[in-house]
Unconditional design. Structure first.
Length: 320
């Protein structure tokens, strides 16, 4: 595997992530579990984006100094494009989280805890899958075509499913839990299970955390091939992924209650996956420049957001 990731760069990245997580866990949970306000979430979202841009600037400066401006510019664009792609796809995670929290009526004060677990799980899963993917690509070039075809198919499926509310009652994981575990109907604070009449019962909070974990796996499998269409360098792939995931909790609270205003965004995300999949399939015929990819993804996402605002969703009479 070819990578710019020297031991020093890996150390700086690890220090960034550990410090960011500690600050997040200490400050955002200051005062104990509480309902995060829109203003608080907005400031945290700005902070996470700024942190990613600072890291990108530092990476660009270091690589430019060590390997020249041309290589530095290439690496800087790869990180920025990868970050934008992963940040955009992370929005789909948030839509699923919103659906789960609404379906299970998760109390506001418990949502932070569930999101922390989900984010830590996402980082761990993506780390494993990224290095596995990088090893595969280093040994078998044809895996790129598999990734590309997978993204195109996934994008088309997302496009066909966009606008349709998934039926959680038919979710196989939830059906299995209901068929094999004793689940309570009510919450018991932050407890995942309780003893009742000498038997172990699991709370709705446990079910939500399990489903969040399954969601992490599904979205990691979807999004990681997308970043490999931008770069095959595991350092850029992992860092852009992790920085995108780190701001997921703040983005959730920012978009909470506003999901309906961005009703066309799922269509944009689906088109992004198809675009990136096609880019992968054409890799040996024509390599689409990174700057074109960056502008293309930004245009698709931006257009879907603007279109959502200009054409609000139509609600059925008597709905919500």
């Amino acid at each position: 595997m070819q990578t710019i990731g020297s031991p020093m760069l890996w150390g700086v990245f690890l220090a960034f992530v550990v410090a960011a997580l500690l600050v997040d866990l200490v400050l955002m949970r200051h005062g104990g579990p509480h309902k995060v306000t829109f203003k608080e979430a907005a400031w945290w979202s700005v902070g996470w984006i700024a942190l990613a841009l600072v890291f990108n600037a530092g990476l660009w400066w270091y690589v430019s100094r060590e390997s020249g401006a041309e290589v530095g510019n290439q690496i800087g664009l790869e990180f920025l494009t990868g970050y934008l792609v992963e940040k955009s796809l992370a929005v789909d995670n948030i839509f699923v989280f919103l659906m789960l929290f609404s379906y299970f009526a998760v109390p506001e004060e418990q949502r932070q805890r569930v999101l922390v677990i989900g984010i830590l799980g996402a980082i761990a899963l993506r780390t494993v899958l990224i290095f596995a993917g990088a090893l595969l690509l280093a040994k078998f070039h044809w895996v790129l075509y598999v990734f590309g075809a997978f993204l195109v198919i996934t994008g088309i499926k997302m496009l066909l499913a966009a606008g349709k509310a998934p039926d959680l009652d038919r979710n196989p994981v939830l059906r299995w839990m209901r068929g094999h575990l004793r689940l309570t109907d009510e919450y018991h604070g932050d407890r995942l299970s309780i003893l009742r009449d000498g038997k172990r019962w699991f709370t709705p909070l446990f079910a939500v955390i399990v489903l969040i974990g399954v969601t992490d796996v599904i979205f990691a499998v979807d999004s990681i091939p997308a970043i490999f269409a931008i770069t095959s360098d595991p350092f850029i792939v992992l860092t852009s992924n992790v920085f995108a995931v780190l701001g997921l909790r703040a983005m959730f609270f920012l978009l909470q209650g506003m999901a309906d205003r961005f009703h066309l965004l799922p269509y944009g995300l689906a088109v992004v996956l198809v675009f990136i999949g096609v880019k992968m399939l054409l890799i040996d015929v024509y390599k689409i420049p990174i700057l074109v990819s960056l502008l293309g993804v930004a245009l698709i996402i931006g257009s879907s957001i603007v279109a959502s605002l200009l054409r609000p969703a139509k609600h059925e009479p008597g709905a919500g």
